[in-house]
Design a protein around this ligand. Structure first.
Ligand SMILES: Cc1ncc(C[n+]2csc(CCOP(=O)(O)OP(=O)(O)O)c2C)c(N)n1
Ligand SMILES: [Mg+2]
Length: 1005
């Protein structure tokens, strides 16, 4: 049966142009295959076929204008049903997922979590303790007889009744200051605790020895002992029992180590035989190869570290988006679901960083049960207590619970268990609740007698409770994070938890075991030197089998290869699939798309105007037709798709939503309807540049973390890019990210109406500081196409560890055809766009980038026609790339004074060309000034230094003095200064263009 295909609802647009016809008569098409591409003045969008069939008639051609309802084509419906095919694929996929899930469940046996209700002590506000006791006894009876589910039901019912009756309800953000998992429900570690204890002691020792040794060489080298000392058990239990490495059968768990606990990871790798003594001796001496980097830096140790985490706060948020991206890859069918987990270690002080907790609600919303945070609460940060007057553990519990996480508190070690059991009054828990962190810290610094007095001494009953214990016994009452049993049990519960992310909040002691040299004292963090006595104490404290002499020489301790410790440690890692951390990539490159995909961008657009943003979006639409590239593209947008004309992607490739779409969108009839789907490709991040950048980093490093090469394209307001998330971009460089950052609405005067906080005139300078960031400020669509294609080739086909920053503009203008042979120059940073050779007497070298190149082109015409000044017009696509070439060439020349001088690329371009350089951009002058030394010509730059403001483009360009009139007048003045022209021409021009010489420099306005 023949069926008409016509233009669906395209929103507010009428009479839009057809820029591509993607089918011809006779083609067999499937439902959703694109028929034509439409382009309004802001965006382009493909019209998909609503049916499967054969095109029997085409009613439109390129250039036609159409509106809603216009006939596009006629299709003969046939029996082929593409939807069936999709369904089958989907089913396969679901089966695959199910088996993975089952496998997971098998791996982890079930434990039911029951919470015992503790009797509370009688307090002044309890007017009838007997009644209270009865209530609690009833509850315990229900738990015992009918189980926890029934007990929870009853409680919820009571609470809901109370709510309707208008009662003040209890604050349920926090639970009592005790371990979340009751002793009777703890899962015991299958490990050999004696051997594990020894291994842990050696790792502790070697980590400290490495730092102390480095500081014997020079105190400049620094390092940290106290942090790892507090976290050793938290890491060791994970390494021995939980963290599965990447190997040919499994993708591997991903572990974000706390940055300054790096010494502990090196110390373990030493025992594993992965690092040599020589390497340990080169801790923080990285200039000559073979040293160990201060912190986790993949750039410096590319086969070891996976995640840069030392800029605090970035690790946690990057990990959250990593966990989400892993689910994205699984839901899109690009990865198998193997039950991989992402573990993130952070300090309690680190949680002060807005980035650390800023995305925890996203983690719960996305049901990231593949994510486990471990917060090491040693109660101290660098200067002193994290929450001296409060309780960081309770505060964090409240935040995480509020956000919807599964919270597991590991506060008290096993030595406390009998005391808690023996305390029938509930006073012990009350005391635990009331002591603040500042006191807890002091207690660990001051010894058993002090604890007896200050902690237990407050209530006679508690003093009595510990009366038979010595001060030493009291001192040994340990904290949960140092108890391998409690930690094991918490990790086990975290591993099997489903439906939400888990945070393990562990209480520890900073500088654990360091004694007076640094245990729980305010200066612990910076302790990097231990004297002989301190070292002897440390050895004794952990029973490290070294002689006094060996301790004095700060020798490392490594048992023989056939010792039970080394055999055990290696066997554990073998069971868990290999070593961690380790960085590798098995990803296969993506073949760059053929040139013809970009062909249409090389041609002139005639009178048709568009912005480079539109050109880019069209390019991405074309790329979605390339079978190699299409599935790997990850468009990332923080709530600005409509700003950039990208809303067409919503329906075309779907917005990723792990729960699909539970509602019919308001605009469901429209072509660019808001379509959320489980297999969606677009990451619509909402208003979070930090989150969007974290997603980008996850995708840009998927080649190593998931062994799949992805092509993330993150499009953002350029002002809210590097300036806002500069530290993430730096971390991306460290992590060797590969992908595109697109700074849209770029330029201080190009984005006109938005004002001071929106107008970017410096992002390129910020981008230029990142060594492996390649950046461009193209003007024309063919430049954008050449740059983008090369980016795909370099990063994703050739696997170069660079990433691209490209600015795109929102100004519409016609685009010329690509000049013959321009490709090389476009990529190197400049090429000759046009030459004026009218009079040939006075010549200038006119350079411009971005939309301001167009002002330069217009100025050149005026200069030539009205003032007889000829110009060579250079489109400078990248001042940043030119400077890199300039610096490198100059250095090479300086190093080789007796050899023939190499020429910089700029010199090669300019060597046979006369006249001063006038460089003009929509950025601060420092941007174009970068190449000043290499032009070897008088150099004048015009730019947009100063705060932006709202106005029309024309007025803004006048204000910042980068419009064609200013370019003409300043050029004439520069020529007068160079004595190539009299000053009268310039004076006349200033007058003619009403240029106010008294106006202050824009930075002062
Ligand atoms: C963004 C950032 N700011 C400051 C620092 C410097 N710094 C390193 S560790 C540290 C204290 C860390 O305290 P906490 O998070 O509690 O970790 P702990 O060492 O106690 O485990 C500080 C301020 C940093 N690394 N990153
Ligand atoms: Mg801390």
């Amino acid at each position: 049966m023949a069926q008409n295909i016509s233009v669906p609802d395209i929103g507010d647009f009428d009479s839009v142009e057809i820029i591509e016809v993607l089918v011809k008569v006779g083609d067999q098409i499937k439902k959703d295959d694109p028929i034509v591409t439409l382009e309004s003045d802001k965006s382009s969008v493909e019209v998909p076929s609503p049916v499967t069939g054969k095109i029997i008639e085409l009613s439109v051609k390129v250039g036609d204008k159409v509106s809603k309802g216009s006939l596009l084509a006629k299709v003969e419906n046939d029996s082929y049903n593409a939807d069936n095919e999709k369904e089958v694929n989907k089913n396969n996929f679901e089966i695959q997922n199910k088996t993975a899930e089952q496998k997971n469940l098998k791996q982890i046996d079930e434990v039911k979590v029951v919470k015992k209700v503790f009797a509370q002590s009688s307090t002044e506000d309890d007017v009838d303790p007997l009644e209270t006791k009865e209530w609690i006894e009833s509850l315990n009876a229900v738990i015992e007889n009918d189980g926890p589910v029934r007990a929870s039901y009853l409680l919820n019912k009571v609470v809901s009744e109370a709510y309707t009756a208008g009662l003040v309800l209890p604050d349920t953000r926090t639970t009592p200051y005790i371990n979340t998992i009751p002793t009777e429900l703890e899962v015991k570690s299958p490990g050999d605790q004696n051997i594990e204890k020894k291994i842990r002691a050696y790792i502790r020792w070697n980590a400290a020895a490495m730092v102390v040794r480095a500081n014997k060489i020079s105190s400049e080298l620094g390092g940290h002992i106290g942090t790892f000392a507090s976290a050793a058990t938290l890491y060791d239990v994970g390494m021995n029992h939980f963290w599965r490495a990447k190997n040919k059968d499994f993708g591997g768990d991903l572990i974000y180590f706390q940055g300054h606990s790096a010494p502990g990871m090196y110390a373990r790798a030493f025992l594993e035989g992965r690092l040599s003594e020589k390497q340990l001796n080169r801790f923080r001496q990285e200039v000559d190869t073979g040293g160990l980097s201060s912190y986790p830096h993949p750039w410096l140790m590319p086969k070891f570290w996976q995640f840069p985490t030392v800029s605090m706060g970035l690790g946690p948020i990057m990990a959250i988006y990593q966990a989400r991206f892993l689910k994205y890859l699984i839901n899109r069918g690009l990865l198998k679901d193997e039950g991989r987990k992402i573990w993130v270690f952070l300090g309690d002080g680190e949680t002060d960083e807005p980035e650390s907790l800023g995305a925890i609600s996203l983690a719960a919303r996305e049901k990231l049960d593949n994510l486990i945070f471990v917060v090491n609460c040693n109660l101290q940060r660098l200067d002193g207590p994290v929450r001296g007057n409060g309780k960081i553990i309770q505060e964090l519990e409240g935040s995480f619970r509020g956000a919807g996480w599964n919270v597991i508190k590991v506060i008290w070690g096993s030595y406390w268990d009998p005391l808690l059991k023996a305390d029938k009054t509930g006073l012990l828990m009350k005391r635990m609740n009331e002591v603040v962190d500042g006191e807890y810290q002091a207690m660990k610094a001051k010894g058993g007698a002090y604890v007896r007095e200050k902690f237990f001494g407050k209530y006679p009953e508690l003093k009595e409770l510990v009366s038979s214990m010595t001060d030493n016994d009291i001192w040994k009452l340990n904290r949960g994070g140092h108890d391998p049993h409690k930690v094991y049990s918490a990790y086990h519960a975290a591993m099997q938890h489903q439906g939400s992310p888990t945070v393990v909040i562990a209480k520890t002691v900073k500088g654990y075991g360091m004694g007076k040299s640094g245990e729980s004292i305010n200066t612990t963090h910076q302790q990097k030197k231990l004297d002989e006595q301190d070292l002897l104490y440390y050895r004794d404290r952990f029973s490290v089998p070294l002689t006094d002499e060996q301790v004095k020489n700060i020798e490392y301790y490594k048992p023989a290869e056939d010792s039970e410790e080394i055999k055990y440690l290696k066997e554990r890692r073998k069971q868990l699939g290999g070593f961690i951390p380790e960085r590798s990539s098995l990803a296969t490159p993506i073949k760059a798309p053929p040139k013809d995909i970009f062909d249409s961008f090389m041609k002139s657009t005639g009178d048709k105007e568009m912005s480079t943003t539109m050109a880019l979006v069209r390019m991405l639409t074309s790329l979605l037709r390339d079978k190699n590239v299409a599935p790997r593209l990850v468009p990332i947008i923080p709530d600005e798709a409509r700003t950039f004309g990208m809303e067409g992607f919503f329906r075309k490739i779907g917005i990723y939503a792990h729960e699909g779409q539970k509602y019919e969108p308001e605009d469901s009839e429209q072509l660019s309807s808001y379509k959320e789907t489980k297999s969606g490709q677009v990451l619509e991040e909402g208003i979070t540049e930090a989150g969007a950048m974290s997603s980008w980093i996850a995708a840009a490093t998927a080649y190593t973390n998931h062994d799949i090469e992805m092509i993330p394209v993150y499009v953002f307001y350029s002002m809210f890019g590097f300036q806002r998330i500069g530290d993430f971009a730096w971390a991306a460089g460290d992590a060797q990210a590969r992908g595109f950052l697109i700074g849209a609405t770029a330029g201080r005067t190009t984005l006109a109406g938005e004002g001071l906080q929106h107008q970017d005139g410096h992002s390129h300078i910020l981008a230029s500081m990142i060594p492996n960031c390649v950046s461009y400020d193209p003007t024309f669509s063919y430049e954008m196409a050449v740059i983008f294609r090369e980016g795909l080739r370099r990063m994703h086909e050739k696997n170069e560890n660079v990433f691209y920053y490209i600015t795109a503009m929102n100004e519409n203008y016609p685009h010329p055809e690509k000049p013959e042979g321009a490709d090389e120059g476009i990529l190197k940073g400049m090429y000759l766009f046009k030459e004026y050779k009218n009079k040939g007497k006075i010549k200038i070298q006119l350079m411009g980038s971005g939309t301001i190149l167009r002002e330069a082109i217009a100025a050149a015409k005026i200069l030539s026609e009205e003032y007889g000044v000829d110009s060579d017009i250079w489109s400078v696509t990248s001042f940043n790339e030119l400077r890199k070439d300039g610096m490198e060439t100059e250095r090479r020349n300086l190093l080789n004074p007796s050899s023939k001088r190499d020429k910089t690329y700029i010199e090669k371009c300019l060597e046979k060309r006369d006249g001063p350089v006038i460089a003009v951009t929509d950025y601060v002058r420092a941007f174009s000034d970068q190449i000043r030394p290499y032009t070897e010509k008088p150099f004048y730059s015009l730019g947009t230094d100063g705060f932006g403001r709202s106005d029309t483009r024309k007025n803004l360009r006048k204000f910042f003095e980068v419009d064609k009139e200013h370019i003409v007048a300043y050029t004439l003045s520069a020529l007068a200064k160079e004595q190539l022209l009299g000053s009268d021409s310039a004076e006349k021009a200033f007058k003619k263009y009403n240029i106010d010489k008294k106006k202050a420099f824009p930075t002062k306005l």
